[in-house]
Ligand binder design. Structure first.
Ligand code: FAD
Length: 653
């Protein structure tokens, strides 16, 4: 039985809704808010329940961003006629129930999230509240198209980015046009549910956090300005400049997009409008820049798509033979990488930057993560978790996609046996060595000729630059040639284990391959435990550190990230009054996750040990028991190069 609210001059109000904000911290183009406003009176709510995220408790800089963004949202809601109720909770479902009861609301509106934890939680909440007679509506605010809308010609999900993105671009209907902010919000009686004061930082974090505000401006209106500045500025040269590690050549929108301060549909529409203008002017470079920028947005879409269709992609390789890779479990390597003391200047500069600022250009993310998995051969999920803890734009789906791509554990990821040499990457991304000099002051006086390989510099040059290798700057932690040999050995070992397992399977003496559900796990060495398969690991003179890490305590400012405001964009966007976006089908994707550990969907995965061309059209197919991805081999690969294994798809963790 619902209470009715009587704040409206004594008249009972029955059409009250809770609008539950999560990572959609904006009033513009917010379908849940718009729908709530249309339905009547609104109580806007944010619930802080980080313990529900388990391993993925947000890192310091991410919490700082969230705190600023919530303040900004609250101030916008106040100017529209209501205010944001904030609640500290350890159980979101029961907090929502309390809120519904105390405010007399009968409906709940929220926007979809696609990370595995949210999928499960939101499904449960929908079930619980619906069973109690409340109306629950969930909508799409985060994607151009919902994951279930983009399928191949058989109606199955894609397993490769390229055909996925082509399909998005050629959908028969455009992504919905963005909605304007509501003109005014009729507020439910918020006096019945006082806000809790949310604490996002402790004393020790406050000083470091204060510095972040010099480089970044969270909040949806600031996100809008950042978008305008980018579209009217660097976008035109994105195709040429996006790989420059230093400077503001890319949009820097990722933290805004992560927290949903910016509607991806607005980004898409504004970029497309620019593209049309440039096309009319015959500006091909500009057109190509928009294509590439939209492809970046497409990668973000794909990260959610993968997470939706493979909810274990943040935990397990999608090519499951790589679960058998014997990772090196060496905490001293991990520490050297985190602290930027590997002896490879580009890697070290990147790691010092992320430690200091919470930011890293995409090219440098690729360099440091690739060094982590291919040269150091540390478990990729450790690196992913460290990024999660330290990045301003920490985003589970994009983080998982990035690390899986680099580790070669996606069907269209990098070749697993590829090792990039940071010396050559250095001259590619930082030709003048300025980036390295900024982050490694100890190398500041080293001439450009040696800046990316100081170990080759003559003693006299090192002396003149004040460098003593092995003392004030480390020698390379491992030679690249040695790393290559080690990688080859490890791959040989992996294929041997795989062959033995397959033989055992064929003889009926073993049940499955690559299913790590019974494996032991390697603990994440710092702070939080991470589940990493221990079954096939190598150690490298482990010197376990018990010290809690104090990484990333003193951010400094990447001054180059502060973009000068450019002229404001003014374009007319078609606004649809009615919001007809789909809701998550209630029984898609989620059930399996609820039955963790029950292995019902065996899958056959075909692939070859080294990189092969996979058929673009082949993706996945449905069986009676759910989705079963089938990645087809190239026609040139021989049967012996394939193996059969089990895949975790659709929540079969
Ligand atoms: C190992 C690794 C980990 C990563 N972890 C994250 C993460 O935690 N959070 C995150 O937002 N991005 C992550 N990325 C993707 C990418 O590095 C950042 O999105 C990008 O650097 C942000 O800068 P920008 O906003 O200027 O990007 P732009 O080049 O301007 O791109 C525009 C937007 O597209 C999206 N985008 C661009 N590249 C990617 C990509 N490769 N994958 C997914 N989305 C993309 C972002 O939302 C970005 O803001 C990771 C990449 C790698 C290789």
């Amino acid at each position: 039985m619902h209470h009715s609210n009587s704040s409206n001059g004594g008249n009972p109000i029955n059409n009250i809704s809770i609008v539950w904000f999560r990572r959609d911290l904006r009033v513009e183009d917010n379908p849940a808010l718009a729908a709530g406003v249309r339905a009547g009176y609104v109580v806007p709510v944010f619930i802080w329940a980080p313990e529900e995220e388990v391993h993925y408790y947000p890192g310091r800089v991410s919490r700082w961003w969230l705190c600023q963004s919530l303040r900004h949202l609250d101030s916008s809601l106040r100017s529209l006629g209501t205010s944001l109720i904030t609640k500290r909770s350890f159980d979101t479902a029961s907090t929502l129930l309390d809120l519904l009861n105390s405010t007399g609301a009968t409906s709940l509106f929220f926007n979809h999230l696609y990370d595995p934890l949210s999928l499960v939680r939101d499904h449960r909440i929908k079930e619980l509240l619906t069973a109690r007679g409340f109306t629950v509506h969930s909508l799409n605010a985060d994607l151009l198209y919902e994951p279930w809308e983009v399928t191949d010609k058989n109606g199955c999900p894609f397993s490769f980015f390229a055909p996925f993105w082509n399909k998005c671009l050629s959908m028969p209907y455009d992504p919905a046009a963005p909605l304007l902010p509501p003109k005014r919000i009729k507020s439910g009686d918020i006096s019945r549910c006082p806000s809790d004061t949310l604490v996002f930082e402790d004393e020790s974090e406050r000083g470091s956090n204060a510095l972040l505000a010099r480089a970044w401006s969270p909040g949806w209106q600031n996100a809008d300005k950042a978008l305008s500045s980018f579209i009217n500025g660097p976008l035109i040269d994105y195709s040429v400049n996006r790989k420059k590690a230093d400077g503001t050549t890319t949009s820097l929108l990722s933290p805004h997009l992560h927290f949903g301060e910016l509607s991806v549909r607005k980004v898409f529409h504004l970029a497309r409008i620019k593209q049309l203008v440039w096309a009319n002017e015959g500006n091909e470079a500009g057109e190509e820049s928009v294509n590439l920028f939209l492809k970046s947005i497409g990668l973000r879409e794909y990260s959610r798509y993968l997470s939706f269709h493979h909810p274990c992609s943040h935990e397990r390789p999608l090519l499951s033979h790589l679960r058998l890779f014997p990772w090196v479990v060496d905490e001293s390597y991990f520490k050297a990488w985190r602290q930027g003391r590997t002896g490879y200047p580009l890697v070290d500069a990147g790691m010092r930057e992320i430690w200091a600022t919470g930011w890293l250009h995409n090219c440098i993310r690729v360099v440091v993560s690739s060094f982590f998995v291919k040269v150091l051969q540390l478990p990729w999920r450790w690196g992913m978790k460290y990024f999660w803890d330290t990045l301003l734009d920490a985003d589970l789906e994009s983080d998982a996609l990035g690390w899986q791509y680099i580790s070669g554990t996606l069907p269209d990821g990098r070749e697993f046996d590829r090792i990039d040499n940071p010396q050559f990457e250095g001259y590619k991304f930082d030709p003048d060595g300025e980036y390295v000099r900024r982050w490694l002051p100890e190398l500041a006086r080293l001439p450009t000729e040696w800046i990316h390989h100081p170990w080759d510099a003559p003693e006299s040059v090192l002396q003149a630059a004040g460098i003593e290798l092995g003392s004030n700057y480390p020698l390379p932690i491992i030679e690249i040639s040695t790393a290559k040999e080690r990688l080859e050995e490890a791959l040989t070992e992996m294929w041997q284990i795989e062959a033995a397992s397959r033989a055992a399977m064929e003889n009926g003496t073993e049940e499955g391959l690559g299913d790590s559900s019974d494996s032991q796990y390697i603990d994440y060495p710092i702070e939080t435990n991470m589940e990493v398969d221990l079954e096939h690991t190598r150690t490298n003179n482990i010197q376990a550190t018990t010290r809690r890490y104090l990484d990333q305590t003193v951010p400094s400012i990447t001054s180059s990230l502060v973009r000068i405001e450019e002229e404001e964009i003014s374009v007319d966007i078609d606004i649809h009054e009615e919001d007809s976006r789909a809701e998550v089908p209630i029984n898609v994707n989620i059930d399996a996750q609820l039955h963790e550990g029950t292995d019902t969907n065996s899958t056959i995965l075909h692939f070859t040990p080294s990189r092969v061309e996979f058929s673009e059209e082949s993706s996945s197919s449905f069986t009676e028991r759910g989705l079963v991805p089938v990645w087809s081999p190239s026609s040139t690969s021989t049967p012996s190069e394939h193996f059969f294994t089990q895949e975790t798809s659709r929540g079969h963790c």
